[in-house]
Design a protein around this ligand. Structure first.
Ligand SMILES: C[S@@+](CC[C@H](N)C(=O)[O-])C[C@H]1O[C@@H](n2cnc3c(N)ncnc32)[C@H](O)[C@@H]1O
Length: 452
């Protein structure tokens, strides 16, 4: 084991005694002691103040890398049980340590796949739950709701069942069951009372990127910001990369996936013009209808400039009036208009900026059923969580579950990303770009069709 992963460098001398106790027990995979310590609320979430080590990091890290000589099956089983217990009792799947690693990152670095998968599953449960809570918040009148999240049925919880308790002032808490597939059911009152002593909150701090630029800027601020088209990049006034030329291959493969054989005469809707990379490719397929939605005034100005291929001449060149059109405005409003006009598309692509995952989810839940032809295909730029493998894996699964909820099947086509110019922040393609929003050598390209 490297010095970096040694217990002496992970549990600091100044670590408080109660934290030290749980970290040491988790490190040793002493399941009985861990369980006992977890009776104290909040123990699963303690963190060494110097190293950021959590019990989850400790339980995973102490396994070291797989080794035929040193691996003891009994200890590995105890490690698995320790991780399972910690997650059950509120350990946070995405807390980072002083090396900016989540427990799942440590598991992946060490090659401990089974433990990594437990972290991914915990992340999916937490993010699904977060989606449910957000839904409730929207329903509330004052937006001040406070939530507790409790695991009610421990065996079911292992299979992804969780319970949300909604504390609503004097009102009795409401319970919902979030199943492994994101399905929601109700819970018997007795079960709630049984668990009232537990206060395990599984709320997540995670915000998915590329649209995680939403963590820095929100959509309104972005739409007001000044944009610059540089060589091969579109950046906002803070230097965030809105669109970059390295994504060209992803755009090309997305067109191939949405329009197999690039058949002419299709009806296409693209949301988010950016650098016009995908629209140029769509136009080359000679569609019967090609609609673009774009909200940013700077991008719209670029589109109507004389050098643009998508100006008024392009609009006039459509086979019928209105067949080729740039809709100016936010998709949230324009799509209502398209629905009212009865527009229907064979291929829809969604790639916006400065919006979080809830907007993508809203788009495919509320608009895809009305805008996509029964045999049509829908795709989106899949940059969710792409600055960290575990977040990407969690969001792939979360999106898949939500897509299924919306009646969509998704096939992920895995494509290689050439990382030679993308490996280091501030260098190569990232020169002049504030944040390296992509760090992975594989891209999961979604191809969505209606279920059944
Ligand atoms: C990443 S770029 C799209 C890149 C494009 N796929 C390409 O191939 O060049 C995102 C675009 O979405 C636009 N956008 C952001 N929010 C929007 C919204 N709510 N409605 C419509 N367009 C939006 C941005 O202004 C930007 O032009």
């Amino acid at each position: 084991m490297s010095d970096r992963d040694a217990i002496s460098s992970r549990i600091s001398p100044s670590c408080p005694a109660d934290t030290q106790r749980v970290l040491t027990a988790a490190w040793a995979h002493d399941v009985a002691t861990v369980k006992k310590l977890l009776d104290t609320p909040g123990s699963a979430r303690l963190q060494d103040p110097t190293t950021g080590e959590t019990p989850l990091h400790a339980a995973i890290r102490s396994c070291g890398a797989p080794s035929e000589e040193d691996d003891d099956p009994a200890d590995l089983e105890a490690a698995r049980q320790t991780v399972h217990e910690l997650l059950l009792w509120g350990a946070i799947w995405n807390d980072v340590d002083d090396h900016n690693e989540t427990p799942g990152c440590v598991a992946h670095r060490l090659g401990r796949t089974e433990l990594y998968n437990l972290c991914v599953e915990a992340g999916v449960r937490a993010e699904m739950l977060f989606g449910v809570l957000e839904g409730y918040e929207e329903l509330g009148s004052d937006g001040d709701e406070d939530y507790d999240v409790e695991v009610v049925d421990m065996d079911a919880a292992a299979d992804g069942e969780m319970v949300v308790v909604r504390e609503d002032g004097d009102e009795a808490p409401e319970l919902v069951n979030v199943g492994a597939n994101g399905q929601i059911g109700t819970v018997e009152e007795g079960e709630q009372e049984e668990q009232e002593a537990r206060e395990e909150e599984t709320r997540s701090h995670f915000q998915p990127p590329k649209d995680d630029t939403a963590a820095d800027i929100n959509s309104e601020a972005y739409l007001r910001s000044k944009l610059t088209y540089l060589n091969g990049k579109l950046v906002d006034e803070d230097g965030n990369g809105v669109m970059m030329a390295w994504e060209t291959d992803i755009m090309r493969q997305s067109v191939d996936a949405l329009l197999p054989d690039r058949e002419p005469g299709k009806r296409i809707l693209n949301i988010g013009f950016g650098m016009g990379i995908i629209d140029t490719m769509f136009a080359e397929t000679k569609p019967a209808r090609h609609h673009i939605i774009e909200a940013h005034p700077g991008v719209l100005e670029h589109i109507s400039s004389p050098s643009s291929r998508f100006g008024s001449d392009w609009e006039k060149s459509g086979p019928t009036p209105g067949a080729f059109k740039v809709y100016k405005g936010k998709w949230q409003e324009v799509c209502q208009e398209l629905l009212q006009e009865g527009e229907m598309y064979d291929a829809i692509y969604f790639d916006t900026f400065g919006e979080d995952y809830s907007q993508l989810r809203m788009f495919f839940t509320e608009f895809i059923p009305g805008l996509l032809d029964g045999q049509g295909r829908f795709g989106f730029f899949n940059g969710l969580g792409a600055d960290r493998l575990i977040c990407y894996d969690v969001y792939t699964k979360v999106a898949e579950l939500h897509l299924a909820d919306a009646g969509l099947d998704v096939e992920w086509k895995v494509i290689d990303v050439d990382m030679s110019q993308l490996a280091e922040a501030g260098k190569g393609e990232w020169e002049g770009v504030k944040r390296r929003y992509w760090t992975l050598d594989k891209y999961r390209l979604p191809i969505c069709t209606f279920l059944g």
